[in-house]
Design a protein. Structure first.
Length: 374
């Protein structure tokens, strides 16, 4: 861990009753090692102030960040250590969470070392998310490997800070390792940003992308197609023997792409869709029916059954062959028994599956499936 950043001059301003967002992120990181933070770290220490915050956002999107940039320019020209004042002025204007040309240009005009010093101070000490965001803009505009640990720590609050953490980490040496670290510990929108960034690295994270990128959330649809293309999924899945992790994750990728219309690359626009669907169905027949694997296979079979061939990137005959292969596997006695157990164990999924008519034919008719007794 890098040392605590000193304020631009003097000492930090008046002590606040709430902790900084950085301290909040450190506590959650230590309490939840190696897993995503609960609720992306919400509520933040400044939550109450932001429930009542009302800021007029410019109607012209090109003007987003302009008011904050004016304040930042004035502050950089005459920096002070009144943290309360810094927080209050940025709290009162629209501060974007993505790259912004207004803020970037202000940071690039100022002395690089001053920019980094103030950026560190704000990220580590500010108690309001708007001021922390400004600090992240400063660090991302003048990226230094010395600040990686600071950025990836606050980047755990990924719903808010992932876009700027990505901008920073893509521009420092070995930033990909921190992107991977953050992707493994993020969910929701944060995971979308971090996984998409990893897709842009040339092959370095292929194994992880092929096996771990999707966590089963709805938002996976935004990046599933990018993962499949970047990691050359079609080349990995056609091998005669592949590991269970790859097969299981292929099912999640296919399910996400089947639901991706309007969000990301869907199966109709994924060139190797037919190959990957057929190979997944082939490999599935040799797997043990357990847990999440059963739910993914049943859901994907439903996706294939309920979509037109063109939506799956195949012909009617090809769709029928894929569906027949999936249904044959799911009709096996071991799969029926495992599916029955899942319907009992995972009640939320069972309710959804029943409401959406997801169950394949064998599960609707086989006497071993005691749906009404779950």
């Amino acid at each position: 861990m890098t040392g605590r950043a000193a304020p631009p001059t003097g000492s930090v301003g008046p002590t606040a009753s709430r902790s900084s967002l950085f301290e909040h992120a450190v506590r959650l990181r230590d309490d939840n090692p190696d897993v995503p933070l609960p609720r992306d770290g919400y509520p933040f220490p400044d939550d109450e102030a932001h429930h009542t915050r009302k800021v007029d956002r410019p109607k012209d999107p090109l003007l987003r960040g302009a008011a904050a940039a004016d304040i930042l320019s004035e502050f950089l020209s005459d920096p002070h250590d009144d943290l309360d004042l810094v927080e209050s002025v940025f709290h009162g204007v629209d501060v974007p969470i993505h790259q912004d040309d207004h803020l970037r240009s202000v940071a690039l005009r100022a002395d690089p070392e001053l920019v980094r010093r103030i950026g560190r101070w704000l990220v580590e000490h500010a108690r309001d998310r708007c001021a922390v965001t400004i600090g992240m803009f400063l660090l991302a505009a003048r990226p230094s490997a010395n600040d990686i640990e600071i950025v990836r720590t606050i980047g755990l609050l990924s719903d808010r800070f992932a876009p700027l953490a990505v901008w920073f980490l893509r521009r420092v040496r070995d930033g990909g390792e921190s992107l991977l670290w953050l992707a493994e510990r993020s969910s929701g929108w944060g995971r979308v940003y971090y996984v998409e960034a990893l897709c842009e690295y040339s092959g370095g994270y292929r194994d992880w992308l092929l096996r771990h990128a999707c966590d089963g959330e709805f938002l996976n649809a935004y990046f599933a197609g990018k993962v499949a293309l970047a990691a050359s999924l079609h080349e990995a899945i056609i091998r005669p023997v592949v590991d269970d992790e790859l097969i299981d994750h292929t099912g999640r990728l296919l399910s996400a792409m089947a639901e991706a219309s309007g969000m990301g690359l869907d199966l109709s626009r994924y060139p190797p869709a037919l190959i990957v669907l057929a190979e997944y169905a082939r490999h599935l027949a040799f797997q043990e029916p357990v847990g999440d694997r059963v739910r993914v296979a049943i859901t994907l079979a439903h996706d294939v059954r309920s979509r037109e061939p063109a939506e799956l990137g195949c012909s009617s005959k090809e769709k029928a062959a894929i569906l027949s292969s999936l249904d044959e596997t799911l009709a096996g006695s071991a799969w029926l028994e495992a599916a029955s157990e899942e319907l009992v164990r995972s009640t939320s999924w069972a309710t959804w599956a029943q409401a959406n008519d997801v169950l394949p034919p064998a599960l609707r008719t086989d006497n071993k499936v005691r749906w009404s007794d779950r």
